[in-house]
Design a protein. Structure first.
Length: 448
């Protein structure tokens, strides 16, 4: 195979070209889960003592979190296979000498805002052009109710100027299902006087709650009818995470799983992947379609369930209509699910996914436009789309729209398309998985 790692690195600054791949075979570990990596760095920073994070995500987004924490006075040592963080406790952060830049990371700006709201100083935080288009009122509202003063462009967009301190506890029901909003509010609650409660009508990923339990926060979780009530009592010091290995990222694993399912004679095994029930919605849906996915050696690591995943070529069948809580739990995986659906003997309908319109790109439009470029018939809705298959993908020029999940999803599409597929803006993948093209090529993907 002529596609070397150096060649791919050189090319993915602009485009990658993909042709139909004969056989995919792989057995490897995926870099750490982005969601858990962000949180592990934040909790290590505000905990007391030293934390050593292994398999921390190589994603640009997660490096942005480390950069922001360093600017706030946290000592961070980056080594080849681990990140060493000296926690400063709840009261140890210092006013940054510069504007914090989160790059493309919505997780960083929204969750870190909760911590900044608890500080007795003013911080300005912003990000790239995409971040400056993404709605921030969803975190501004609860933090303002708690007593923080926040200035924002049009009261909704970054840059945010956050003046914190003297927070009071609130009870808050987010208007949308969002783990970032929940996490932001609970993180602010660590610094507030009293018990801060978030009521979720639709449960979202619970990595923040798991990590609060790991660090000894005073957290209570109560099941409600179809939802949850999560409360945290402020002013309690947190212990360090200590030796902590981040589980492999299931959202990144999803691209390799789908590649195996839709490619002929394929088999890919992924090691030490996080299988938190709030994250396995895509696995459940793919299995409903007939996807051969085996969960091997399930175990618990730092309160998070992990396992090895084995995916094989499959005949996908069924008529699925996904909405509500199911879509909320696989929202980030919708782009790669759309690629799988092109090979479904049946139909897939996605509704209640309006949140995709305000991700790194308008993902619904990006999915629909690129699928049509590749000859696929797809019906677009304001809050989703419908695909009826099985359809043959045709090689074409598609655009990432500077969105990592769109870049990776349509690279996978190129593996089974007739002719050559060219993905413009392919370097967007580095936001979440810089190793994506190398890992896919090593597994037999024809990428150059």
């Amino acid at each position: 195979m002529k596609n070397t790692m150096s060649e791919i690195k050189e090319h993915n600054t602009t485009t990658v070209k993909i042709t139909r791949s004969a056989r995919l075979r792989g057995d490897f570990q995926i870099p750490g889960d982005k969601s858990i990596s962000h949180r592990s760095a934040m909790f290590a920073a505000i905990g007391n003592g030293e934390s050593r994070l292994r398999n921390y995500s190589s994603a640009r987004d997660c490096q942005s979190t480390l950069d922001c924490l360093e600017a706030l006075g946290v000592k961070i040592q980056r080594e080849n296979d681990q990140i060493l963080i000296e926690g400063v406790g709840l009261d140890g952060l210092r006013e940054a000498a510069r504007v914090l830049d989160v790059g493309n990371s919505g997780s960083t700006i929204r969750m870190l805002s909760g911590i900044l709201a608890g500080q007795n100083f003013t911080t300005e935080i912003t990000g790239d052009a995409s971040i400056q288009r993404r709605p921030m009122k969803r975190v501004i509202d609860p933090l303002t109710l708690m007593g923080a003063r926040i200035e924002a462009r049009e009261n909704n967009f970054a840059p945010l100027k956050i003046t914190g301190g003297n927070l009071k506890a609130i009870e808050y029901t987010p208007p949308m299902a969002s783990a970032q909003v929940k996490s932001c509010t609970l993180l602010a609650g660590l610094f507030a006087e009293g018990k801060t409660t978030v009521i979720e009508k639709t449960p979202t990923r619970n990595h923040t709650e798991v990590m609060m339990q790991e660090t000894g926060a005073a957290i209570e979780i109560e099941a409600l009818d179809g939802g949850e009530r999560i409360s945290v009592t402020g002013g309690q010091s947190l212990r360090a995470l200590g030796e902590y290995t981040v589980a492999g990222d299931l959202s990144s694993a999803a691209f390799f799983i789908v590649a195996a399912l839709i490619s002929p004679d394929a088999e890919i095994r992924l090691r030490h992947i996080g299988i938190n029930p709030s994250r396995t919605g895509l696995i459940d849906v793919l299995k409903q379609m007939g996807g051969q996915i085996e969960i091997e050696n399930p175990r618990l690591a730092h309160g998070e369930p992990v396992a090895d995943l084995l995916a094989r070529s499959s005949e996908l069948r069924g008529n699925l209509e996904l909405s509500g809580a199911v879509v909320a739990n696989l929202i980030d995986e919708v782009p790669i699910l759309a690629i799988a659906a092109t090979q479904l003997d049946g139909s897939l309908t996605i509704r209640d996914a309006r949140e995709l319109r305000v991700k790194e790109s308008d993902r619904i439009r990006a999915i629909v436009d690129n699928l049509r470029q590749m000859g696929i018939e797809v019906e677009e809705f304001e809050d989703g789309f419908r695909l009826t298959g099985k359809q043959q993908l045709r090689g074409a020029r598609v655009e990432s729209c500077d969105d990592h999940r769109i870049a990776m999803a349509f690279t996978v599409a190129g593996l089974i398309a007739e002719g050559e597929t060219e993905v413009g803006g392919a370097d967007a993948a580095s936001v979440s998985l810089p190793e994506f093209y190398q890992l896919l090529a090593r597994s037999g993907g024809s990428i150059h």
